[in-house]
Design a protein around this ligand. Sequence first.
Ligand SMILES: [Zn+2]
Length: 289
Amino acid sequence: MPELPEVETIARGVNERVCGDRIVEVWFCGHPQPFKNSPEIQSKGLQNRAILAVHRTGKHIVCELGPDGDKPASASIRPLEERAIKSSAQWIVHLGMTGRLLVTTPDAPLAAHTHARLTLASGRELRFVDPRRFGRLEFRDLSHSEPFSAAGVDPLAVSAEEFRLLFHGRHLPIKAALLNQKLLSGVGNIYADESLFRAGIRPRRQCVRLTRAELEGLRLALREVLEEAIRMGGSSVSDFVDANGMRGLFQLEHCVYQRTGLPCRRCQRPIQRMVLAGRGTHYCTHCQH
Ligand SMILES: [Zn+2]
């Protein structure tokens, strides 16, 4: 399952390649699963719109689109300042378990399970490929729909005070709270385990028992591990492929995740595993308190 750093990496890669381009033709597969609204609505909505920017919101990729029939956007649009971009519509891509968003040339071999092909004015194609079909595509016309927003706060943008208030007084293990997408959006199992290790906090600790300093340490640790993984192009745990169709080149050096029984990188004692909130949870009994 692509996690936040993978989604961020893909969104940035796609943005670099398609920002300012225009959708001239849309093809969708016959399967109903990937479509949150009908392929007809999406196809009609997407055609002839400029792509103003592509960015990540939570674990979704959002393509900000210009008005129908607008002139191609100029190259001067600053992609990551999405707040400053006045978009008329959005195409929202959720990668699900195995989804990929690829920028290719039209003659590139068509991967099995390709569900969408958007032909762009530049001659490139934006393709959505998803073997297991848990991914979702949605079109929103912002003249009568709200812009897409994630349920929780973004872990890369959350302030110290916001972070503290999210977890303050909660009677549940901190690991479960980190995974709750209504609190923070986009933190998955790997980065929950890794950030708790880095912050020296046991996954089972109750939120209510964490001090202000511990919570601030955790906020910073979480941001660090996510930013490191983004810098390294996302850690390729399963079959993550970036927007070019390349595998992530670097594997994040996990400290605890899936290292059960291996020596802790800090103290050399074996990493422990337990199941918490239904998820395999990895930690060091010596380095985490
Ligand atoms: Zn240790």
